[in-house]
Design a protein around this ligand. Structure first.
Ligand code: 1GP
Length: 239
């Protein structure tokens, strides 16, 4: 059976091992009522900074998963691992090449029972991930749906991640993508910096991912949890 540790997640905070975070901020994030912490970053992720961050998060009960884009950073001890592939890149190493190399060298070590393939559709051309992977992010809504269907219907990927990292995305495109999915779990991330945006994204996506704002405005970041999980807001867990 495929791993499904993420299937009930509605709200996730994404922490970047390369970015410093103080204990008080980490405590607020991990006890916020979010469903999980996702560890990952587009650049500067190392084995050491990942171990360091994971061991600090592990003091809390919140589930914690790792987006693994470099096998040399394969830190054991997470609840689950996502392995991203970029759908809309012309540079095939980001779609499949790095993965083949990684499995050739490390496949025998991988904890397959907790590994999930994650198809990324990168839609912000100015994002670091678009630049690094050479993603063709300026695509039409019809193309975005078609990419999603390739991943969902032809390849049966468990998770489709619509990535606008650094900018709030087009919610109409997100809704169109969602309504055309047959089985994939839909992650959305990018520019969520308020309860309103979190609620909007949560109307279309199965899971919303909140990243950057954690480092810019902690209160605003925390307010996104209650927008996705109204019961947490009512219980006054957040403020
Ligand atoms: C980044 O999708 C996540 O990979 C979250 O995006 O940093 O813009 O919130 P933001």
């Amino acid at each position: 059976m495929l791993p499904s540790f993420y299937s009930s997640w509605r709200h996730v905070f994404k922490l970047d091992p390369e970015r410093p975070i103080d204990d008080a901020t980490l405590d607020a994030i991990c006890t916020s009522g979010t469903d999980a912490i996702l560890v990952g970053g587009s650049s500067g992720v190392t084995f050491d900074n990942t171990v360091d961050l994971m061991s600090r998060i592990r003091r809390y009960e919140v589930p914690c998963a790792f987006e693994l884009s470099d096998p040399t950073c394969g830190v054991p001890g997470f609840d689950g691992y996502f392995i991203p592939s970029v759908l809309n890149t012309k540079r095939s190493e980001w779609l499949i090449g790095h993965h083949v190399e990684a499995l050739r060298d490390f496949g025998h070590l991988l904890p397959w029972e907790s590994i999930v393939g994650e198809a990324y559709l990168v839609l912000n051309p100015d994002s670091t991930v678009a630049r690094i992977t050479g993603a063709e992010a300026n695509i039409t809504s019809a193309d975005a749906v078609a990419y999603s269907q390739v991943a969902d219907r032809l390849w049966n990927v468990p998770v489709l991640y619509v990535e606008y990292s650094g900018a709030f995305g087009d919610m109409e495109i997100l809704k169109r993508i969602k309504s055309n999915l047959k089985q994939a779990h839909l992650f959305y991330g990018g520019g969520i910096d308020s309860p309103e945006r979190a609620a909007q994204a949560a109307q279309a996506a199965d899971t919303v991912v909140v990243g950057n704002i954690i480092y810019e405005n902690l209160d605003a970041a925390l307010s996104t949890v209650g927008a996705v999980h109204p019961s947490i807001k009512e219980q006054d867990h957040v403020f």
